[in-house]
Design a binder for this molecule. Sequence first.
Ligand SMILES: Cc1cc2nc3c(=O)[nH]c(=O)nc-3n(C[C@H](O)[C@H](O)[C@H](O)COP(=O)(O)OP(=O)(O)OC[C@H]3O[C@@H](n4cnc5c(N)ncnc54)[C@H](O)[C@@H]3O)c2cc1C
Length: 392
Amino acid sequence: MKPDLFEAPDYYNIDDLLTEEHKLIRDAARAWVKRDVSPIIEEAAQKAQFPKSIIPGLAEIGAFGPYIPEEYGGAGLDQISYGLIMQEIERGDSGVRSTASVQSSLVMYPIWKYGNEEQRKKYLPKLATGEWMGSFGLTEPDHGSNPAGMVTSYKDKGDHYLLNGAKLWISNSPFCDVAVVWAKNEEGRIHGLVVERGMEGFSTPETHNKWSLRASATGELIFQDVKVPKENLLPNKSGLGAPLGCLDSARYGIAWGAIGAAMDCYDTALRYSKERIQFGKPIGGFQLQQKKLAEMITEITKAQLLALRLGQLKNEDKATSAQISMAKRNNVDMALKIAREARQMLGGMGITGEYPIMRHMMNLESVITYEGTHDIHLLITGLDVTGLNAFK
Ligand SMILES: Cc1cc2nc3c(=O)[nH]c(=O)nc-3n(C[C@H](O)[C@H](O)[C@H](O)COP(=O)(O)OP(=O)(O)OC[C@H]3O[C@@H](n4cnc5c(N)ncnc54)[C@H](O)[C@@H]3O)c2cc1C
């Protein structure tokens, strides 16, 4: 892969709207991605291996629990810092950002928000350093967009719960130490349980042959009569709103992350367009190529403003789930379209691993599907503005 010459676009001087702390955190993450992710990510993706060597670095830049209070090992940062960290990581690779998103928003967040003090103290510090890695089990083979239909369930056996069922498409599953698993009790109410590797009857087979998010490990979570200690139930929230609360936090991070992938594609295509000569001049001098670049930077700028305003609302605890859906949907779609256009601008070189664009493009096909598909987020906006439910 070519050396990483990334220069971040900032067409509307959005940096002026950030604090010095935001910029320091963002720049540290950016430098880390350049130094530790870019040189290895193409090979990791080609080999379909999550590069575990980067786990300590992710912890160091605050990617594991950026907004979790410091007393639990988190970085105690605001929501805009969290977003900026996700943006920089996804500039490197959506798969690496997925690992960080799951750890922070889908594992640490529910333990912090819905767990008790003993659970917070037991799990959060180890998750913050990456000593333990986590996964989040909501999706099932027959229940993806409709998680309320889940069949994974547990029974109260007096001194423990007995858990049965299976989860599919679970990021980090093959190497996770703990899994936050959503299951129904005997009354059909959804609760979160922390399942630990080593519990009898718990297995995590890997899903192979993905063309997307190849540098992120995906797999199943299988529970066959797993005895889960009662103290592993998250006591402070139940019902579908509990996992959906985690998804709000992760989707917010994705809205920022997608900007990073788009920036990398734009920056790569812009540089290439000035260097590649056809018909005696740089291809960037042709109107058709300029149209692509002009539209890319316009869309990136709009997405940056959307994410920043959403971050302000999140900081004030005012962001609604529907607002988060809009940003996730818009920004991922924007990034995927930019990746496709940028790939064309590189001609044949665009399909090789010499440049990051094709990898981003393939990754974004997962990002537009997970954490609520593109269509499901549209239905959320539709429901929000009309008050009419078009889901069923
Ligand atoms: C790489 C990867 C990693 C993932 N990581 C995780 C993870 O860590 N944890 C986890 O729990 N899940 C994870 N997922 C699962 C992901 O969230 C689901 O794939 C997603 O929610 C969609 O579910 P599905 O694949 O079953 O598709 P389906 O729900 O079967 O949807 C198929 C199609 O039907 C459409 N559709 C569904 N319902 C409606 C409707 N009412 N109206 C109109 N259209 C509809 C959808 O938009 C989609 O286009 C991951 C997925 C991938 C690909």
